[in-house]
Design a protein around this ligand. Sequence first.
Ligand code: ADP
Ligand code: MG
Length: 646
Amino acid sequence: MSKSASTSRQRFERYRTELASRPIGARPKDTIGVQAASARTRSFGQLVRAYFQLLRTERKTLVLCFSTLALSTLMGLAPPASVKIAIDSVFGSAPAPRWLLDAGAWFVEGALSPPQLLAVLAGITLAVVMSKVAVGLIGRHRATQLAKRLQIRVRHAAFERAIRLPLPRVQQLRAGGVASLLREDAGAAGELVFGLLYNPFRAAVQLLGCVTILAYTDWRLLVGALLLLPMVWYSHRTWIGRIRPIYRDLKKIRDETDGHAAESFGGIRIVRGFARETAEGNRFVRNTGLQARTEMFVWWWSRGIEISWELFVPIATVALLWYGGTQVVAGVLTAGDLVMFLTYVTMLLGPLEVLANTATNLQTQLASLDRTLDLLEEPEELHGARGSLPIRRELVRGEVQFDRVSFSYPNSERRVLSEISFQAQKGSVVALVGPSGAGKTTLTNLVARFYDPLEGSISLDGVCLRDLRLEEFRSLLGIVEQDVFLFDGSLAENIAYARPNATMQEVKEAARVARADIFIERCEQGYATRIGERGVRLSGGERQRLALARAVLADPRILILDEATSSLDTESERFIQSALRDIFPGRTSFVIAHRLSTIQEADLILVLDEGRIVERGTHAELMSSSGQYAKMVLLQTEPIRVKASV
Ligand SMILES: Nc1ncnc2c1ncn2[C@@H]1O[C@H](COP(=O)(O)OP(=O)(O)O)[C@@H](O)[C@H]1O
Ligand SMILES: [Mg+2]
């Protein structure tokens, strides 16, 4: 609490202190409130290798892109050479190159006059430039396609992984955090096609082309050009090595902000109900404040690079003008040579400058890739213990057995369940009762295999759950909880969530069994009524019946009802009671309920207290033993008897 209550300035100061003491390239500690997913920041080399790993399947496209790009970049080097030829051979008296005269011979008989020579030169240059544009466009189009394809692939993989992360991990990732991870970070894989491959490659080709031409004309210029390279390396090392971690941190701050905002609006009724609008607004501002401060900080680092290049390029040009000018005066070089030099040197420095400027962009993208790779490397739920035995649904009897099961939640020492043993016969109803916090929900979590027991085992028809294929096992389940989550979409779509290809007939039948048909048909658009923004407002009882219909349509072998009737009014409860009588047969059901009426008819009642089964039996058995259950029942019926006796 104290952390989020401190001002953004204080948090930023703390952040800077931490940053200064951090060795370059090291992974940040948990300084800004979002946990680090895994242990380290990858080095540049590791990231590039990982990226090429991703591009493995795109080799053909890459070859096409790179070859067209090289061709078009080299053709782009033509104009300065034409200018040199024009200055020396058209305006001056130097002999024109052989290929130009040959080309001219196609159009004109005999010797060319200077205007004719100029026209032929201009025509050839124009043709080269136009082809450069066309070839470049083809390559760029393919590269963009590749980027989008990659983006889709990586986003998909990231989503697939995120949705299969262990539950506690998903709860750690805030809703907004996941969204920005999928949108921005996973999307960056596409942008890297340009940031990491396309732009640097073009720069490299242009650089090499220029250097070759310069060296061909005057080798001293090559030496001068090579002196530039250490400068690139130096700026990369010192400046950029600092910037990437900051971008990484910025991402996290942004995620946190997104997450907060999503939370504020998700819980809007609570926010309003407790008049916390201003406080939520302040929390948001504090986060955006920290974000802005950090962005300003990183702005200085990036501008440092930019400014040094802005100064460096003109200085280099002036130096060349001076050096080349003396050579022309001395008669070593022609005026055309000097003009060509100046142009090529600008073209040489251009890519370097572009590289330096976009390097910061590349850093953000690499930081994103880093985070995406972290996500992709995180283990899935029940990693390594997902089981391999296939399940034949129609052969499942649904006998669930707990054998001395003990459990504590990850990151917690406390035993939530101890030595739980019982057998749920096929098709029976097991009711779990006990004070809140006794471990009832936890027990059903184990049945659903959201977690595995710490000790002991749970089996279905005598086979340990660990050995069964996880997804096939889950498809045997139907779960209805107190808080019903409905997806955006129509009522029918929500009922058919587990079986999207169910017919309308089946949907309606499920709704009928769950007693949801009456209120659905009262809606103006019936089953097509949309839930959410433009849709209906459903009461708690209606939502429960919808959830029940969803479970019915899934036709589960194992049904879990966790306080599904607890918050309902008597009428809704009676509806659901009668629905349950139709639904229970043929399924093994676990029912957590406070209301007596739901429990009375259960085949087995387990009374839990502090994670242990303290009593078990049917309603009649437990009543006659006058233990904890009997007391609870008496407590519930007391007021009625008092009333009756008045
Ligand atoms: N995800 C969790 N992580 C850590 N502890 C938990 C978690 N969920 C529940 N608990 C703890 O486990 C105990 C049993 O909880 P639960 O099974 O939800 O009780 P019940 O459903 O009987 O009210 C409680 O003390 C609760 O604090
Ligand atoms: Mg519970």
